[in-house]
Design a protein around this ligand. Structure first.
Ligand code: PMP
Length: 355
């Protein structure tokens, strides 16, 4: 007799991480290409001497630092082992079987997975033809079973971003017992003043008595700590408490906590890096447009090429040029903005793509 695992998992697609191929340029996972700052490496090395001890389960010091930075009380912040884990915790905190989680599609690949694994039902609402969240259709898709809505802003993989008034108008239509989660994994790359800072928007909503808004942020992207797995949610205390209830003990490790604090200490330098990436983003998009590619305006550290049926061929062509992009076969390719020379290698590959 063999062990009986959940039958429904057989049909669940696994999360597909970006590929790594020795010698190739990886522009597939929206990472920052520059390595960690020396000050962060030093803090990591120091923390490594104490790994015989469990980490601080409450991430007390880091929580305090984040709360201070954002101007919210500490009970509004919950840490997680990367914001993807917080996505799962949010579903677990709000849904029981057959409750619904609503999100745009295409959006972050983990939303369907964490929803399904948690026993909830996913409701996907297609993006508009302009690759943007269709907030009217999303509001119309809310049912009495809806418990949570993910709004990925800027959206992965399209890079498109919603404006303040669009999000506010959407929240006004959502019942107050349904949690709206603004996933801001790419927030630090936003340079359009019309795109809100989700935490500031949430504060205004809370002040107006709308407690059902939460924000997700991560140290994986702009802060360059993808390998250490640390992210956070900013929410009303009842939601943050629920996140702590479903937190797997000690999941944010000691080195991640220390590295996140060292990164907050080095924030000016890290944000300067983000601005350089944003300048490269403008250049790369401009060149791609000049080559004749359709590239929606992006506010993240990647560009989206909606190549449809040509996606697989584009992917193979880039691989042949030793550039790894992220292909969603039949839909498009997402390409991370890297260092200038990495972007040049990608642009050279794109220029010679003819099919
Ligand atoms: N949200 C979005 C929109 C993302 O693209 C990602 C990473 N790809 C995450 C959350 C999760 O990031 P992490 O778990 O590394 O914090």
């Amino acid at each position: 007799m063999s062990v009986r695992t959940r039958a429904d998992l057989a049909s669940l697609p696994s999360y597909v991480p970006g590929r790594t191929i020795p010698g190739a340029i990886k522009l597939a996972s929206n990472e920052v290409s520059a390595g960690p700052l020396p000050s962060v490496v030093k803090a990591i090395a120091e923390a490594a001497t104490a790994v015989n001890r469990y980490p601080d389960n409450g991430c007390t010091e880091l929580t305090g630092r984040i709360a201070d930075k954002l101007g919210v009380p500490v009970d509004h912040v919950a840490l997680g082992c990367g914001s993807v884990t917080l996505c799962q915790q949010l579903v677990q905190a709000t849904c029981t079987e057959n409750d619904e989680v609503l999100f745009a599609w295409r959006s972050f690949e983990a939303y369907p997975i964490v929803t399904h694994v948690s026993g909830a039902k996913q409701i996907r609402v297609p993006l508009t033809d302009e690759h943007v969240h269709d907030l009217d259709a999303m509001a119309a898709a809310i049912t009495p079973n809806t418990r949570m809505v993910f709004v990925c802003n800027p959206n992965n993989p399209t890079g498109t971003a919603l404006r303040t008034e669009e999000i506010e108008a959407f929240i006004a239509k959502v019942p107050r017992d349904v949690l709206v989660v603004l996933d801001e994994a790419y927030k630090e790359f936003v340079d359009d003043a019309h795109v809100p800072d989700g935490v500031e928007l949430a504060k205004q909503q809370w002040a107006a008595g709308h407690d059902n808004v939460a924000v997700l942020r991560t140290f994986s992207k702009a802060y360059g700590l993808a390998g250490l797995r640390v992210g956070y949610a900013v929410a009303q205390p009842a939601v943050a408490d629920a996140l702590r209830k479903v937190y797997v003990p000690f999941s944010v490790n000691a080195i991640a906590q220390v590295a996140a604090m060292a990164s907050l200490d080095a924030e000016d330098e890290l944000m300067a890096r983000c601005r350089a990436i944003v300048a490269e983003r403008t250049r790369v998009r401009g060149e791609l447009l000049a080559m004749g590619f359709d590239v929606p305006e992006t506010q993240a550290n990647f560009v989206w090429l909606p190549l449809g049926e040509r996606t697989a061929a584009f992917n193979e062509h880039c691989l042949a040029h030793k550039v790894i992009v992220r292909a969603f076969v039949g839909e498009g390719a997402r390409v991370t903005i890297g260092e200038p020379e990495e972007n040049e290698a990608f642009l050279a590959a794109a220029r010679s793509f003819t099919s």
